[in-house]
Design a protein around this ligand. Structure first.
Ligand code: PLP
Length: 387
């Protein structure tokens, strides 16, 4: 079997498949929604976990220094960002880290800036922790490139605005924010004393000529004003290991975060996850390169398909394996649009509206699938559009 061939996931409790009936009202859809890949986790990760299972006790374990060092080496090599060990801590989930950082670094009633559209838990983490949302709309420029508007953002800030939740690279619009954009945004946050929580979970899924720049790597001031969230979940398709890290260079912010972290008592994580994490960052680079080639081919296929289907607007993602399909020309309401994809095209996508108001009229397609699966999906969608 080839590395990126089709694998049956219906027997493994995969959320993407198990929740089809609940989400789409039918099992008869190709699910292309939640952001994991229908692609095997790299064999170096599986082999390391299998090897660990030769030891018969899976007790409490601490996350080994070698695991943190493997991630530090990866980030230094791939993103030229030098992380010191004491800045890092374990987290079971990037979303949980967002919640923890929000509680640690702001008070109830404070305001948190979120860009719309964005990964839905950005909104819920703010609301469920009793903070207030400042929603900044991302808009497409004439070339279809999503941008934030720094002058509009400036007018939205008040003296209650304490945090910015940044999604970098951006899910769902696929932007890899460039140095100029990050600098302008970073400067604004420094000017108003707004701490940046930078979710960089998609940082390793980036296509040439773009490259990911960690917000914290831009300057000493931003290093000390940013909480960076990273993990191997997207990169190596290992979300099921529930392991990521939080990087806080500022001693002051780190100690506030640690107080909250200890209140939650996450502990040190799971033995098999530590092993998987280390193996991925240490040995996963060749696989990762092949993955990017595979995803790039799939992105290209969608681009070629979209050129023949002008009713769908497609901006090729600079990063992430998520295609943000503009469907407004179809003239359907959001519910009808979702029904059209399910009933006419047999596809289970994420509705754009679930990412915020600006996502109305869009659908998000996860193209981290074997190429024949994508080809078939595009054929079904093309057929539905023609009908
Ligand atoms: C931007 C972003 N952050 C976080 C997550 C989830 O991270 P975790 O599973 O570690 O909570 C996702 C998953 O799709 C995501 O897209």
């Amino acid at each position: 079997m080839g590395e990126f061939d089709t694998i049956d996931r219906t027997s493994s409790n995969a959320e993407k498949y198990t929740l089809r009936q609940k989400l789409f009202g039918t099992e008869a859809v190709q699910p292309m929604w939640v952001a994991d890949m229908d692609i095997a986790t790299p064999s170096c990760v599986i082999a390391a976990v299998q090897e660990r299972l030769n030891h018969p006790i899976i007790g409490y374990e601490i996350m080994p220094e070698s695991a943190f060092e493997a991630q530090m080496a990866w980030v230094s090599e791939h993103h030229t960002f030098l992380i010191r060990r004491e800045w890092l801590s374990y987290s079971p989930s990037v979303v949980a880290s967002i919640g923890c950082a929000i509680r640690a670094l702001s008070e109830e009633g404070d305001e948190v800036i979120v860009m719309d559209p964005v990964y839905p838990p950005f909104y819920s983490m703010v609301k469920e922790n009793n903070r207030r949302l400042i929603i900044h709309p991302l808009r497409q420029d004439k070339e279809g490139v999503y941008r934030f508007d720094i002058e509009v953002l400036r007018t939205q800030i008040t003296d209650k605005t304490k945090l910015l939740l940044l999604c970098s690279p951006h899910n769902p619009v696929g932007r890899v924010w460039n140095r100029d954009e990050l600098s302008v945004l970073g400067s604004l946050c420094l000017e108003y004393g707004i701490v940046i929580i930078s979710d960089e979970i998609h940082s390793d899924i980036v296509f040439q000529p773009h490259s990911h720049i960690p917000m914290a790597s831009l300057s000493e001031a931003l290093l000390n004003n940013t909480v960076t969230l990273m993990g191997p979940g997207k990169t190596f398709n290992m979300a099921g290991f529930s392991i990521s890290t939080v990087c806080i260079p500022s001693e002051e912010l780190r100690s506030l975060y640690n107080e909250e972290y200890h209140r939650v008592h996450w502990g040190d994580g799971a033995a098999l996850s530590h092993v998987a994490f280390e193996a991925a960052y240490k040995n996963g680079s060749p696989w990762h390169q092949r993955l990017i080639e595979h995803l790039n081919r799939n992105a290209q296929l969608i681009e070629e398909w979209a050129a023949k289907h002008p009713s769908i607007c497609y901006f090729r993602p600079e990063g992430t394996y998520l295609a943000w399909l503009g469907c407004r020309a179809l003239g359907l309401g959001d519910r009808e649009l979702r029904d059209f994809f399910v009933q006419k095209a047999g596809l289970g996508l994420s509705p754009g509206l679930s990412f915020g108001k600006e996502g109305s009229g869009f659908m998000r397609l996860n193209f981290a699938v074997p190429t024949p699966v994508l080809t078939q999906a595009l054929e079904q969608l093309g057929q539905a559009l023609n009908d």
